[in-house]
Design a protein around this ligand. Structure first.
Ligand SMILES: *[C@@H]1O[C@H](CO)[C@@H](O)[C@H](O)[C@H]1NC(C)=O
Ligand SMILES: *[C@@H]1O[C@H](CO)[C@@H](O)[C@H](O)[C@H]1NC(C)=O
Ligand SMILES: *[C@@H]1O[C@H](CO)[C@@H](O)[C@H](O)[C@H]1NC(C)=O
Ligand SMILES: *[C@@H]1O[C@H](CO)[C@@H](O)[C@H](O)[C@H]1NC(C)=O
Ligand SMILES: *[C@@H]1O[C@H](CO)[C@@H](O)[C@H](O)[C@H]1NC(C)=O
Ligand SMILES: *[C@@H]1O[C@H](CO)[C@@H](O)[C@H](O)[C@H]1NC(C)=O
Length: 383
């Protein structure tokens, strides 16, 4: 008997210890609130890993906007550049200078803890898509080119019960390609859909001079997959690098918000915009250009930027507060008509003002910028 009981106890302990793990694996269900709304907040370009005093302030901004908007929060979307990946190499070089060997193993994980700490503290469901600077980091500290699926997996494995991040199919370009369904407030019907897409780093469908894009094969996957899914009334997408259509939106359409720099959009039209539009997507939001924050409508699709959230790297413009874009979806209504605003770092709500049409400084026709920052060069050098 004594022997059997001795065996039983560890078994029981093991069984109860396994319970939280099983619970942790359960992902949150997204659902419209009783008042028929679903709130999404987009944190973009946080740029953690940009010196600790800046990271500390980024956490303060993130906490401020999340605290102010957490009431009725449906989903937090991190739309890329959560981490300034190339700073790993800078940190390694500094380490070497002080003689500590430059071993940066665990660098990315350290940054990642900072990225998700506020959403974990506030227990908010969230998901990520990768930006060009996320994929610059090296996950094993040996200067091998990073693998985007590993970053996605890091979030899936450490996001506990809060992350909705998924791995995209392995046979298409990019890692963070997936969609999330939002259920109706009063039934188990799917009422809204959110596409989360990976726009890579640089190079788009064979053009190495272009910024990254949602590649043609990924666009085709969106089209094919969307055709098999039940249609929804409310349909939105998030990605990091603007599609080239952003130029046309600013130059030819009526817009709200401001443009303060050329766009680092994808020079090649991979067909992603058309695929999303034809799939019924009504709004596409992105980040990447820290000094641009506007939206307009093209072919019935609202296209626009979030607000630069992080303190690292450059931007937003001097007279503009950091913050985050909120989109309030309404059940049964198009995402193109959804109420949207910026919650800024002071905790205040800013409504995007009509852009000054008379004095618009246009994008040069058809031109997106090229990836040429010193960060890109540094990574090319180390890689
Ligand atoms: C859902 O049901 C509740 C309770 O019956 C009701 O108060 C609410 O208005 C309904 N919401 C919508 C969006 O129909
Ligand atoms: C770097 O540090 C990690 C732990 O901090 C260690 O596991 C690893 O072996 C180290 N790598 C080298 C090349 O020293
Ligand atoms: C998270 O909560 C813990 C405990 O309250 C606190 O010490 C920590 O500073 C918080 N971190 C962030 C990033 O909010
Ligand atoms: C990827 O794999 C899926 C499932 O095996 C297949 O149906 C699809 O055609 C493949 N797509 C590409 C672009 O190869
Ligand atoms: C673009 O880059 C790829 C991968 O480095 C290379 O194989 C290809 O030759 C390059 N294409 C051009 C046109 O430079
Ligand atoms: C704006 O519209 C004009 C006339 O339709 C067109 O020629 C031009 O290419 C458009 N601009 C952009 C940036 O697409």
């Amino acid at each position: 008997m004594a022997l059997r009981r001795a065996w039983l106890l560890p078994l029981l302990l093991a069984a109860t210890a396994a319970l939280p793990l099983l619970v942790a694996a359960k992902r949150p269900t997204l659902r419209f609130s009783n008042d028929g709304t679903f709130k999404i907040i987009q944190l973009t370009d946080l740029h953690y890993g940009s010196l600790s005093f800046r990271d500390k302030r980024t956490t303060e901004v993130q906490t401020k906007v999340l605290e102010a908007e957490k009431e009725g929060m449906g989903l937090v979307v991190f739309s890329g550049d959560m981490v300034t990946g190339f700073m790993e190499y800078v940190d390694a070089a500094l380490d070497k200078m002080v003689g500590s060997g430059g071993n940066q193993s665990g660098w990315f994980e350290q940054q990642w803890k900072k990225v998700v700490a506020p959403v974990h503290n506030l227990s908010l469901p969230y998901c990520i898509t990768l930006g060009n600077h996320d994929a610059q980091a090296d996950l094993d500290g040996r200067y091998r080119f990073p693998l985007a699926p590993q970053i996605v997996q890091l979030d899936i494995d450490t996001g506990k019960h809060l992350t909705l991040t998924q791995q995209g199919p392995a046979n298409i370009t990019g890692a963070s390609n997936y969609w999330l369904d939002v259920l109706a407030s009063n039934s188990s019907a799917v009422a809204a859909r959110i596409w989360v897409l990976d726009s890579g780093m640089k190079g788009c469908d064979g053009d190495n001079e272009s910024w990254g894009c949602v590649a043609a094969d990924t666009a085709q996957w969106v089209a094919e997959t969307a055709a098999t899914l039940p249609p929804v009334d409310t349909h939105i997408a998030y990605l990091h690098i603007p599609p080239i259509q952003v130029l046309e939106v600013w130059n030819n359409e009526s817009t709200r918000g401001f443009k303060d720099e050329p766009s680092g959009c994808s020079q090649v039209d991979s067909g992603a915009f058309a695929a999303l539009r034809d799939a019924g997507v009504q709004a596409i939001f992105f980040g990447h250009d820290h000094d641009n924050c506007f939206y307009g409508e093209l072919d019935g699709v609202r296209v626009g930027y979030g607000r630069k959230t992080g303190v690292g790297n450059y931007g937003p413009p001097r007279d503009v507060a950091r913050g985050a874009r909120v989109v309030l979806l309404r059940e049964g209504e198009s995402a193109a008509d959804a109420e949207t605003w910026i919650r800024n770092e002071a905790g205040k709500r800013e409504d995007d003002q009509p852009s000054d049409a008379e004095n618009k400084v246009m994008f040069e026709q058809g031109e997106c910028g090229t990836p040429n920052s010193w960060g890109e060069k540094l990574v090319a050098l180390m890689g």
